[in-house]
Write a protein that binds this ligand. Structure first.
Ligand code: PLP
Length: 362
């Protein structure tokens, strides 16, 4: 059982990253200014409104610079779900969605065509209807598998279409891909949940995500989430560019030991993000693995975090043709403060399961 005094070993960064201390401080500072009336609605013309507007503009510039996009292209939203669903639902034309996309994209277009993936999770060649919106991730949230977004963009543009790329997992870790639109989320980067952005490099064919008071260039009505946006900017200010390389080394360690113990790495045949590992332990249900790890104070997940907190077989792995793996795989995801000790504690709890599974199979 976990010693309650020891902090949990957090290996579920793909679900959400811990809120950065700098983000919490910036939120507290902004809240104090809003409480005293020093800042007010950023759309108001009076001094407090103008002060809030300046803070918002500075945060927008900082977030855009970090993401490698122009400040004018950022449309703040309540998160990536809103950014993806808003574009997809408003699209007047065919929509094609990768079969392993996040539910935020798949559920926004339940009747849209699905782009099949191979066993490694990479999108297969597809026919491109004129004027179509194509939605793909830069990095998959369960396997970390990367799509070749540059090649997909060429294919989509040659066919007269528009590419929307979900960059929720890859933002900050990889350069922004050459898509027409990007979806970003603050809480995967140390900012608070409930804020994100649509990056609009090319707004052709876009309908307002939300009509209202004309905020965000008329594309997303509603008073801006100043606390969330300032918290996000502060989190990015604390970002240390080299940490994904450290995570890559730890992930190699993790996967080598896991494979030696009998596991398979889903998507290992494709280039992957350095922070996510999808491990299949044949013969051991994912729920059993999660429970044993949770009892030992190690937080991982089966795949995408689900609002109901329930477990079901991974549809990402099923779409990759890994039917058996879909119910026997766990996602281990790493972040900027993950250490070799964390990996050690993972194995303390997980290796006994792997040994039992091997003994059973023998
Ligand atoms: N896309 C991917 C790949 C994700 O991992 C997530 C969150 O888990 C989302 C979209 C949704 O982002 P948000 O929580 O900001 O709505």
């Amino acid at each position: 059982m976990q010693d309650d005094k020891r902090p949990p070993t957090y290996l579920d960064w793909a679900a959400t990253a811990p809120l950065r201390r700098q983000a919490a401080d910036a939120i507290a500072d902004a809240a104090a200014r809003l409480a005293t009336g020093e800042w007010a609605n950023p759309s108001s013309v009076h001094a407090s409104g103008r002060a809030a507007r300046r803070a918002l503009a500075a945060a927008r510039a900082a977030i855009a610079e970090f993401a490698g996009v122009s400040a004018a292209s950022l449309v703040f939203t309540s998160g990536a779900t809103e950014a993806l669903a808003g574009v997809i639902r408003g699209w007047r034309g065919p929509v094609l969605v990768g079969a392993t996309e996040h539910a935020a994209a798949l559920e926004a277009a339940p009747d849209a065509a699905r782009l099949a993936v191979d066993r490694h999770g990479r999108i297969e060649p597809f026919d491109m209807p004129e004027g179509a919106l194509v939605v793909v991730q830069q990095a998959n949230n369960e396997t970390g598998v990367l799509q070749d977004v540059a090649a997909l963009a060429r294919r989509v543009h040659d066919g007269g279409g528009t590419l929307l790329c979900d960059c929720v997992q890859s933002a900050g870790k990889l350069a922004a891909p050459p898509a027409d639109m990007l979806a970003l989320s603050a809480h995967k980067m140390g900012g608070p949940a409930g804020v994100g952005a649509l990056v609009l490099r090319c707004g052709d064919g876009i309908q307002p995500l939300m009509r209202g008071g004309g905020q965000e260039g008329g594309l997303r009505g509603g008073t801006e989430n100043l606390l969330g946006i300032l918290g996000w900017a502060a989190a990015l200010g604390a970002w240390e560019r080299g940490w994904p390389d450290r995570a890559a080394a730890l992930r190699t360690l993790l996967e080598e030991r896991a494979v030696a113990a009998g596991a398979l790495v889903n998507g290992s045949g494709a280039p992957r993000l350095p922070t996510i590992s999808s491990l299949h332990l044949p013969g051991v249900p994912a729920a059993t693995q999660l429970m044993a790890l949770d009892m030992a104070g190690v937080a991982v997940s089966q795949g995408a975090a689900c609002s109901s907190g329930t477990l079901s077989a991974s549809r990402v792995l099923a779409a990759m043709g890994l039917g058996r793996a879909a119910g026997e795989s766990i996602r281990v995801s790493l972040g900027w403060s993950t250490t070799a000790d964390d990996i050690e504690r993972f194995f303390d709890a997980w290796l006994p399961l792997a040994s039992r599974a091997r003994a059973h199979a023998a």
